[in-house]
Design a protein around this ligand. Structure first.
Ligand code: GTP
Ligand code: MG
Length: 264
């Protein structure tokens, strides 16, 4: 639910999820959750980083940014809808942090598998700091320090990232198996879900078609074709979800990748 209805603009929290885990699960590169968050929270090109490692030392895992959790707090973005209404969107990325010694997931207080943990709509983490980039870990004092307010968040909607590029050492059907079990957990929360097809700058047409079939079979989920690299439809996918969280505003207009690319 939106907070602070009267006095201040409402605040919504979005959880960005998708295939995560060890190299065995996700191949040797992620599906693009971090890059999508990074593009959305940071409007200037200098603040965009292409690498956000999930392989961490025990010290970095325990630092105040990661805070022994398997999620990152990406901060808060002011948002104004087409009809002029203002709100704030807080962004969470649900990932899996891997120990740089054992190459197994770090042990956190939440021992549930990713699909259950990432589908949670209530998150807690005392004094957790906003994540900015990998270099910040261990050097927190050298970067802007913003705390996740109240040490807790209620998730209002999910952005489900599905990589439609060739992928690295990973089969698309394996990604979809993972996504299927994740979706079956997320749907229990009854929160809106929007799919971000990621890395559309390297899109495999067949994967995108398979993804459309999947989306159509899941209560007609909206699919937004995005590219964090080329900065295409990044705001649109978050805005589409915001509109669904804020029901009276109605359905967003969805622009296919090529069309959005042309008007860029
Ligand atoms: P984990 O959190 O480790 O599970 O990964 P992730 O889902 O956060 O993926 P991340 O955003 O770290 O991206 C993984 C790799 O994909 C990086 O090397 C990025 O440069 C690349 N990548 C991310 N977004 C795009 C994109 O829009 N296009 C292309 N071509 N590559 C991308
Ligand atoms: Mg990540």
């Amino acid at each position: 639910m939106a907070k602070n209805k009267e006095a201040r603009p409402p605040t919504y929290a979005v959880s960005v999820v998708g295939l995560s885990g060890t190299e065995k699960e996700k191949g040797n590169c992620g599906v693009g959750k971090s890059c999508l968050c990074n593009r959305y929270v940071c409007s200037n090109a200098d603040g965009y980083y292409t690498e956000h490692t999930s392989v961490l030392s025990t010290i970095d895992f325990g630092g105040r940014v990661v805070n022994n959790d398997h999620f990152l707090y990406w901060g808060e973005v002011p948002h104004r809808s087409d009809d002029g209404l203002e709100c704030k969107i807080q962004i969470i990325e649900q990932t899996e942090f891997i120990d740089d010694q054992t190459f197994l997931p770090h042990r956190s207080t939440n021992l549930q598998p990713y699909s259950k943990r990432a589908a949670a709509s209530k998150l807690q983490s005392a004094e957790k700091l906003m994540y900015i980039c990998t270099d910040q870990l261990g050097l927190e004092q050298d970067f802007d320090q913003k705390q996740m307010a109240d040490g807790k968040l209620n998730i209002d909607g999910f952005l489900l990232c599905i990589d439609v590029s060739k992928g690295c050492n990973r089969k698309f059907e394996d990604q979809m198996k993972f996504v299927n079990s994740l979706y079956s957990q997320m749907v229990k929360s009854k929160k809106p879900i929007v799919i971000a097809a990621t890395k559309c700058d390297e899109c495999m047409e067949q994967y995108l078609r398979d993804l459309q079939v999947f989306a159509a079979s899941k209560k007609n989920l909206l699919v937004v074709e995005t590219s964090a690299r080329s900065r295409i439809n990044v705001d649109l996918c978050f805005n589409a979800l915001t509109q669904q969280m804020d029901k009276p505003r109605g359905k967003p207009k969805i622009i296919p990748y090529l069309e959005a690319y042309k008007v860029q």
